[in-house]
Design a protein around this ligand. Structure first.
Ligand code: CP
Ligand code: NVA
Length: 313
């Protein structure tokens, strides 16, 4: 049977089965192994892709660009000041124009609704490179890294520590509950995820035989194979810095919290960029720098896999 991924958009992991998520990961691992041997391909030959960025980016922009060029495609960067998206031209019209010229569109920005409209009106595959609500391509890189570290995902315990209602916490909860990772969010109550998303993910968790826990008790990290943290103020929330520092300082990932896992083998993941001495101490960050930068590199292999699987020949 052929892949079910061809021609699809990648807007949130809610849209993919556990088998499809694993298919992206298997393809990413194969593309990574090839690239290490100096082998790239032509699977995106003749494909033009638009990269729309309302918010800044290092990893996601570079991963889409390099991933596309490695496979023979052409990427065009469209920054916030380059196009009229949603200002002087509607999202619907921009989508219809881009859909006539490009074979695929990446969008990073504020509203999830924008990336969904782009997919609906462009009629080409659209990939979510981060919105306020979700960051699904990041999860594939995180899971590839966990697979490299632990061999398999099912049964691992992953604890997200910090702003438990941000795009990373939401997407990790969706992805983990789908693939069978026991997932937990350690955060103050005012930063817990929406009840409706938790309930959706509990259904996925019941299907995959995993668990979801949400707590403000630091003992939640006991037995964790991996902690995961992210900035306390996501892009667009900079004005909340003082409030977040007050709320989240007790949840800093430091050597005491790492020790509280009770496992010498626990690792730390971070999507980056990191603000040292806020969500993570410099010492803990440096202790896990090798795995964190593997994770950053894996953005490229996994994003390449998403483009190849949905658009490639
Ligand atoms: N992790 C991540 O998405 O990084 P960028 O913001 O640099 O793309
Ligand atoms: N939560 C962060 C993730 C950055 C990759 C943000 O949205 O800024």
């Amino acid at each position: 049977m052929g892949s079910t991924l061809k021609g699809r958009s990648f807007l949130t992991l809610k849209d993919f089965t556990p088998a499809e998520i694993n298919e992206f990961l298997d393809l990413a691992a194969a593309l990574k192994a090839d690239k290490k041997k100096g082998i790239t391909g032509n699977r995106l030959k003749g494909k033009n892709i638009a990269l729309i960025f309302e918010k800044p980016s290092t990893r996601t922009r570079c991963a889409f660009t390099i991933g596309c060029v490695d496979e023979g495609g052409y990427p065009e960067y469209l920054g916030n000041n380059d196009i009229q998206l949603g200002h002087k031209e509607s999202i619907e019209d921009t989508a219809r124009v881009l859909g006539r010229m490009f074979d695929g569109i990446e969008f990073r920005g504020f509203k999830q609704d924008t990336v969904e409209k782009l997919a609906k009106y462009s009629k080409v595959p659209v990939w979510n490179g981060l919105t306020d609500e979700y960051h699904p391509t990041q999860i594939l890189a995180d899971f590839l890294t966990l697979r490299e570290q632990f061999g398999e995902l099912k049964g691992l315990k992953l604890v997200f520590v910090g702003d438990g209602r941000n795009n990373m916490a939401n997407s990790l909860m969706i992805g983990s509950s789908k693939v069978g990772i026991n997932f937990a969010i350690l955060a103050p109550k005012s930063l817990w995820p929406s009840e409706s998303l938790v309930n959706t993910c509990k259904v996925y968790a019941a299907e995959s035989g995993s668990t979801i826990e949400i707590s403000d008790d630091l003992d939640l990290v006991k037995g964790a194979d991996a902690l995961y943290t992210d900035v306390w103020c996501s892009m667009g929330e900079e004005a909340l810095a003082a409030e977040r520092i007050a709320l989240l300082t007790p949840y800093q990932v430091n050597s005491a919290l790492m020790a509280r896992t009770g496992k010498d083998s626990s690792i730390l993941l971070h999507c980056l960029p990191a603000v040292k001495e806020k969500e993570v101490t410099e010492e803990v960050f440096e202790r896990f720098a090798d795995v964190i930068f593997d994770e950053a590199e894996n953005r490229m292999h996994t994003i390449k896999a998403v483009m190849v699987a949905t658009l490639g020949e």
